[in-house]
Design a binder for this molecule. Structure first.
Ligand code: URA
Length: 248
């Protein structure tokens, strides 16, 4: 399936191999599932599928075994406090650690909702629910992301005002941001910035544009859903109720 492109966002199709989905439903082993597929026992959205390479989304497609519907997997969402040094892709051609390596014991195939740079820490949602990912990432929903960052020296208020008004990055103005200084000493300043866009390396580029490159960057909230006490490298399951905080 072709990924969905939304100006700057790519939402991965939440698909996995048919034999894996059948085995995960607890009907049989993966090897037996392959035999059932080839033998014509399985249909996807009403069509018998004998191709072993078929990829399906078990949450949105109807899969049947000898005419009986497979149970639908639970829709899940996890909040990870991503450490630096992990990439937010499902696999990395360069062999670097990927965020899903950290989700020990998670059986569902979940995908990161958006991205964080290799050298950015903090809140990262992962889900198997494509609709949820779409709602969070779609710019029209204006989900606020809050970041905490350190920069060298102390930016002048006039420079920060440029960020709150919107600043030109690669020929396109950013949406107005909320920025405030949390504390400052002679060498560096800690700030908070709230934006609702997800352009690549956006916060870093915004601060570069005002002459204060980011030293460290951490996402602390999606909407009103914060990390709480979640330690770097740890994750927890987010209930449907808690997810409402993302949209507040
Ligand atoms: N902005 C950035 O510059 N980097 C991130 O990882 C997230 C937002």
């Amino acid at each position: 399936m072709v990924p969905v492109f939304l100006t700057n966002f790519t939402i991965p199709p939440m698909k996995e191999r048919l034999q894996k989905v059948i085995a995960a439903a607890g009907i049989c082993s993966r090897r037996q599932a392959e035999k059932h597929i080839v033998g014509g026992d399985i249909s996807v959205d009403g069509v018998i599928t004998t191709e072993l390479g078929t990829r399906v989304d078990p949450l949105t497609q109807q899969i049947t075994f000898r005419g009986k519907m497979l149970p639908q997997p639970e829709k899940v969402c996890y909040l990870l406090n991503k450490p630096k040094g992990y990439v937010t892709t499902m696999d990395d051609p360069q062999g670097r650690p990927v965020v899903t390596d950290l989700l020990k014991g998670v059986r569902e195939r979940v995908y990161p909702v958006g991205r964080l740079d290799l050298d950015t820490e903090g809140a990262l949602l992962l889900t198997n629910d494509g609709e949820l990912a779409h709602r969070i990432l779609h710019p029209s929903n204006e989900i606020m992301r809050t970041y905490e960052l350190e920069v060298a020296a102390r930016p002048m208020q006039s420079k920060l005002d440029l960020l709150t008004q919107g600043i030109d990055i690669e020929g396109r103005k950013t949406w107005p941001a909320q920025v405030r200084i949390l504390n400052s000493n002679s060498k560096q300043t800690t700030l908070e910035i709230i934006i609702h866009e997800g352009r690549k390396r956006q916060v870093r580029k915004m601060f570069e544009a005002i002459g204060h490159p980011v030293v460290t960057l951490r996402r602390i909230k999606y909407g009103q859903l914060g990390l709480g006490g979640l330690r770097v490298g740890s994750f927890r399951k987010i209930s449907q109720k808690e997810l409402e905080n993302v949209f507040k």
